[in-house]
Ligand binder design. Structure first.
Ligand code: FAD
Length: 285
């Protein structure tokens, strides 16, 4: 196995383009995907491009109300950074266990493109953008366009994910995050959901809700969202919202859960957030 560990981004991009080298961040997905028999090293056919010595992938800064997270920033580093928004923090706290969070990167969680990746529903709610880089320069695209299917992304074979750009949300907004898994540590999600709502004088000004593990990619419930957005809290037609949500939810049966259960908990999750909003008393607004 050919191993490349550049310290300069331009060398990394050269290797990526010339050798079709496989980016390796924390390796927590890759080592599992390429594992062989017990006691043997993982079998990776292509040259491996280790990303851990690239400073450009380790940035964590807030610029003009947007948090810029280098793709190689680990889950533990995200939790230690005071500027990490609460919704993402709640999701990252529930990813695996501390040892894994020390290695696993946010970029790896995104590029692995699992519909059950826990960081994704908050990134969809924040309307995050991702920036890919190649020898030709940078290009930015919305997270929902980057993820194209289970295990599939819009990343070109000569590109590397450079950073994630997360527009921060107004602090007065209400947040919701729920992960349903078999147990707390080291359990991939049967479902994860994230929500954000901005309320003013009993009216919903902004409402966003994203679900993981119920469709080929993470989804926003746009039809249901538009029924809530603009409505007064008292008048939200929960039945219509639930029916609209159901048209977007297409779960599958797999080893972690079955479609019927996933559909049920997805709708319960949405309704739970709406019920929480309805309990807000005017003086709390
Ligand atoms: C025991 C265990 C428990 C887990 N629990 C959870 C959990 O609770 N929730 C959850 O969401 N996930 C979980 N995972 C999955 C995994 O840990 C995460 O997806 C993690 O974020 C992957 O990051 P990484 O840095 O290790 O990625 P890697 O394994 O290094 O890479 C993953 C993929 O992304 C590509 N890649 C990585 N970085 C870049 C880049 N900058 N540019 C281009 N391509 C890149 C790699 O080529 C590879 O295809 C678990 C895994 C294990 C083994």
């Amino acid at each position: 196995m050919k191993r490349l560990r550049p310290t300069r981004l331009e060398d990394a991009l050269e290797f990526r383009a010339e050798y079709k080298a496989l980016p390796f961040a924390g390796g927590t997905d890759l080592m599992v995907r390429h594992r062989g028999y017990t006691g043997t090293l993982p079998k990776i056919q292509s040259p491996v491009l280790f990303l851990d010595a690239l400073d450009e992938l380790k940035t964590l800064e807030i610029v003009d109300g947007t948090l810029r997270i280098g793709a190689g920033v680990s889950m533990a580093e995200l939790l230690a950074f005071p500027g990490t928004p609460e919704l993402l923090r709640r999701a990252v706290q529930l990813i695996a266990a501390p040892a894994l969070r020390n290695r696993a990167s946010l970029g790896g969680n995104i590029c692995n493109a699992s519909p059950a990746a826990d960081s994704l529903p908050p990134l969809y709610v924040h309307q995050a953008k991702v920036v890919a880089v190649s020898r030709e320069g940078e290009r930015s695209l919305p997270i929902a366009e980057f993820l194209t299917g289970p295990g599939q992304t819009a990343l070109k074979e000569y590109e590397i994910l450079l950073r994630i750009e997360l527009p921060l949300l107004p602090e007065k907004g209400r947040l919701y995050y729920r992960k349903v898994g078999t147990r707390k540590a080291n359990a991939l999600s049967k479902l994860s959901s994230a929500g954000y709502a901005e309320i003013d004088k009993g009216k919903v000004l902004d409402f966003r809700f994203a679900l993981g593990a119920v469709a080929p990619t993470v989804i926003r419930l746009s039809e249901a969202e538009s029924l809530v957005q603009g409505a007064s809290l008292k008048e939200i037609d929960t039945r219509a919202v639930s029916e609209a949500a159901e048209t977007r939810i297409q779960p599958i049966d797999d080893q972690r859960s079955n479609a019927t259960y996933r559909r049920k908990i997805a709708l319960n999750s949405l309704m739970e957030f709406i019920e929480q909003l309805k309990t807000i008393v005017p003086e709390d607004l």
